[in-house]
Structures are given as C-alpha cells and as structure tokens.
Design a protein around this ligand. Structure first.
Ligand code: FE
Ligand code: FE
Ligand code: MG
Length: 162
C-alpha cells in the first residue's frame, strides 16, 4: 500500500491483518458449507431453501474477495493454503452430514451468528482508526445480519408447516 495510505491506519497493522485473515478463513468455510449444503439438501421447502443457500454462498465468496483485497492493500499475505483455513477460523465448519432442511438451516444460522460476533468485535478493535477497513467490515456485517434474518424466516416457515 502507499506510504500515506498505511500511515493513516491507526491500529496495529500486523494484528489487523491477522484478524482479517481469520475472517477470510471463516468466509471460505462458510462459502463451502452453504455451497455443499445447497447440493445435498433434502426435504420439504428444498427449492426455496436451496435458492437462499446459493445466494448466501455467493455473498460469502464476495466477502472473501473483499477481505483479500484489503489484506494485500495493507501489505499482508492472504491465507495461501487451505489447511490454514482450519487453523485460522473463528467459527469453524459444520459438515451437512444430516442434509435435512431444518438441520442445515440450524447449522447455517449458528454460523451467521458467529460471523456477526466476529465482525462486531473487529469493528470494536478498529474503532475510528481505519475508516477504509471499518467501512468494508460494516458492509459485510450488514450482509451477515441479513443472512441470519433470511435463514430464521425460512426456519419459521418450515416450522409452521408442521
Ligand atoms: Fe460472509
Ligand atoms: Fe453470511
Ligand atoms: Mg439472503
């Protein structure tokens, strides 16, 4: 990154890059969890849930791209090896071993709630000391809040069918 661009970042840049890489690991795992979940899904309401999962997968992949661009701009190296996803992740990975709609929704809601906490804490860490990163994180956080809401609405619809 340009020298002035770096100078205005008031937080510990190394720590910030580490936190962004940890979020990157979460986004990749979330991407795959949604993507593979959409493929294996079974049960009632499958069609509408599948569409939502695919949409969310695409959002998580876009988030990963945003994080990588900022990490590089800050002079950091984004995670290069898949094995590091597991070492760095905050939220982990829930394999959709039970592919029933209600189970997959529950797993992904848990993931979104973890993501919301991670980004909220990241905003606390940044404070008013790096507006470029905090604007980006706010944008991602708004998507995660919407994801949780969408999945909980589907869960409610599902429960009303019973
Ligand atoms: Fe995300
Ligand atoms: Fe999400
Ligand atoms: Mg959605």
């Amino acid at each position: 990154m340009g020298t002035k661009g770096k100078e205005i970042v008031g937080v510990d840049i190394k720590k910030l890059i580490e936190l962004l890489n940890k979020a990157l690991a979460d986004e990749w795992l979330a991407y795959y969890q949604y993507w593979i979940g959409a493929k294996v899904l079974t049960g009632p309401m499958r069609g509408s849930v599948e569409a939502e999962l695919v949409e969310h997968a695409n959002d998580e992949l876009r988030h990963a791209g945003m994080l990588v661009e900022r990490i590089i701009q800050l002079g950091g190296t984004p995670i290069l090896k898949p094995e590091d996803w597991y070492k760095m992740t905050n939220c982990g990975y829930d394999a959709p071993e039970d592919p029933k709609v209600q189970k997959i929704l529950k797993q992904n809601i848990k993931g979104e709630q973890c993501a919301i906490e991670v980004y909220d804490k990241l905003l606390d860490f940044i404070g008013e000391k790096d507006f470029i990163t905090s604007n980006m994180v706010e944008e991602i956080l708004a998507d995660e809040v919407e994801h949780e809401e969408d999945l909980q609405a589907l869960e409610e619809d599902f429960n009303q069918m019973k």
